[in-house]
Write a protein that binds this ligand. Structure first.
Ligand code: FES
Length: 152
């Protein structure tokens, strides 16, 4: 087995080795690579004395955690109420078809990952699509292609 990254030790030992540290530890781990790798799950499980299944079991309740490597750019389609009623689902389906991936997946060239998100707080601009930190407002299917083709 590959040796665990020693930098994990520094993160791990910043928290008491008790189950209550699980969520903050996963947040810190994710902040280092934008996702939580299997090695990180193993390191956290070992440190807290719980199984990897328990780590995945708890973390899967929280949409903030990502267990697959993200693409260079992250596309998030808002499916909060205002965006949903203004066509958010159609936007998501169009992205799925154009990029040939499902939410939570990454394109084979690792350029984009696709995500569904709840309200991102700008409902007056619905439907909204976020790419990295850019919020695109009042998006329609025609604008969609212009959006994702504008990212290098
Ligand atoms: S529902 Fe999409 S921004 Fe609020």
């Amino acid at each position: 087995m590959e040796r665990l990254d020693v930098s994990y030790d520094k993160i791990l030992h910043a928290y008491p080795n008790e189950e209550g540290s699980l969520i903050p530890l996963l947040q810190k781990m994710q902040a280092t690579k934008r996702y939580i790798s299997p090695e990180m799950v193993e390191a956290v499980a070992d440190y807290l004395g719980i199984t990897e299944s328990q780590v995945y079991g708890v973390a899967s309740f929280y949409s903030q955690f990502r267990f697959t490597e993200p693409g260079k750019h992250s596309i998030s389609v808002c499916l909060g109420t205002a965006c949903h009623v203004n066509g958010g689902e159609t936007l998501l389906e169009t992205f799925e078809r154009d990029l040939n991936i499902k939410p939570g997946e990454c394109t084979p060239d690792k350029k984009f990952d696709l995500n569904r998100v709840a309200c991102i707080g700008c409902c007056a601009l619905a439907p909204v699509v976020k790419v990295d930190n850019d919020v695109h407002s009042k998006v329609n299917v025609i604008k969609l292609k212009e959006i994702w083709t504008s990212y290098e």
